[in-house]
Design a binder for this molecule. Structure first.
Ligand code: BEZ
Length: 396
């Protein structure tokens, strides 16, 4: 076999090829900096948390609409995946947005178990993630990173602030009740930490699988044990059923029910009389009488013909945080370090009141005591001022 002499390209041809590559790369970078910003919503649109997911998306889009429909001067393109609050499907679901749709930013989700899988995928692929609800402590704890931020809370925060209030009210013996997944167990842990620091004792923790709503046996146990106070974490459809069952069992007349604010947020109309008078703590109260909150609620009501709740606020603020980052780099998302640094530095002018972002990426925020009155969670005072999550295990 005769070997053909290999003809090497001349130096000038090589430079031409290199120049062509550079030009293509420049066009690509230009497209990245000027094409639409791809935002991937991974939220529950079905199941017990469906209304929470819808409110988050509505809040996010409202803020974008208020910016003229653009982010940092760029168009925006939305992608959506219904995560069904189902952790076993979470990795496949988030990869639809990361790998198939190649989104620039992930916004999600509600359920802590699903969010943990999202945070892992975001970390592995270095995708920007803004969590607009799920409180899983680990996300801004051991899993923290510059590309992962939250516009909501850590589970520890509302649990802790409710524990402070319950202890201040002089209750000594508490029982807790929740779903046995991260949001429930971590919220109860926060409650127990503050309640026992304040001189109380948690006698027993009761739980049931998510999203089970067969509360009867557990309510019977509460009635038998007669604690001074019950602390509950439930949200969405499950919270509606729990509050109604608690009242139907007659427990609301003998044992005060406290909860993190999700127990009564976005649910009061459906809970009716059963929820009236309930005390909860959260980083939002419907009737905060500030120009910022009043304008937000008016704009939300006009746009969606519905009343805003905490989930809408968290979606709205997720968009505010993203806009702060995108504006800082004038829409050039390739400047990732500058973008995330700006997102960490921003003071968010939220309907809940101004808040800052901790080094771990979690809001440092006032926690309010609220009381369910009519269809509002009304402000009754500040339970804990500027509460920062301890970010245990976060190494940056
Ligand atoms: C959670 O799973 O983290 C969660 C869900 C609903 C309300 C609050 C927290």
């Amino acid at each position: 076999m005769r070997l053909l002499p290999m003809r090497l390209p001349s130096r000038s041809k090589l430079s031409l090829v290199a120049a062509a590559f550079c030009a293509l790369a420049a066009v690509d970078a230009q497209a990245q900096a000027t094409g639409p910003i791809k935002v991937g919503f991974m939220l529950p649109y079905t199941g017990t948390y469906a209304s929470l997911g819808n409110m988050i998306e509505s809040g996010f889009k409202l803020y974008v609409q208020e910016q003229g429909g653009k982010l940092g001067g760029r168009e925006i393109q939305y992608f959506k995946v219904d995560d069904e609050s189902e952790p076993s499907k979470a990795t496949d679901n988030v990869n639809k947005l990361i790998k198939r749709d190649q989104v620039d930013v992930l916004v999600g989700t509600v359920h802590s178990g699903v969010a943990l899988a999202m945070a892992k995928a975001a970390k592995d692929s270095n995708t920007l993630l803004i969590v607009p609800n799920a409180g899983a402590d680990a996300i801004t704890g051991p899993m923290c990173g510059p590309n992962i931020l939250r516009s909501s809370f850590s589970n520890w925060q509302p649990g802790y602030s409710t524990g402070v209030v319950a202890a201040q009210k002089g209750y000594k013996r508490a029982m807790t009740i929740t779903w046995n997944y991260a949001a429930g167990s971590e919220t109860v842990k926060g409650f127990t930490e503050a309640f026992e620091k304040g001189g109380g004792k948690v006698m027993k923790d009761l739980n049931l699988p998510f999203p089970n709503v067969e509360f009867q046996a557990l309510l019977t146990e509460i009635a038998a044990q007669k604690p001074d106070v019950v602390f509950a974490f439930f949200a969405g459809g499950g919270a509606v059923k729990f509050v109604k069952d608690y009242a139907a069992a007659g427990l609301n007349k003998s044992i005060p029910l406290f909860g993190s604010g999700f127990l009564t947020d976005g649910t009061l109309e459906a809970q009716g009389a059963a929820a009236q008078g309930l005390f909860t703590t959260l980083h939002y109260a419907d009737n905060l009488d500030t120009p910022r909150n009043n304008a937000f609620r008016k704009s939300f009501a006009l746009t969606y013909k519905a009343q805003a709740d905490v989930y809408a606020v968290q979606g709205y603020d997720a968009a505010q945080m993203l806009v702060a980052g995108v504006n800082a780099v004038k829409g050039d998302l390739s400047k990732r370090d500058a973008l995330t640094a700006a997102m960490h530095k921003v003071t968010v002018d939220s309907p809940r009141g101004k808040f800052t972002i901790s080094a771990a990426g979690n809001p440092v925020q006032d926690m309010y005591l609220r009381q369910a009155t009519g269809n509002n969670n009304e402000f009754r005072g500040v339970a804990v001022k500027a509460l920062a999550d301890p970010a245990r295990g976060c190494k940056l």
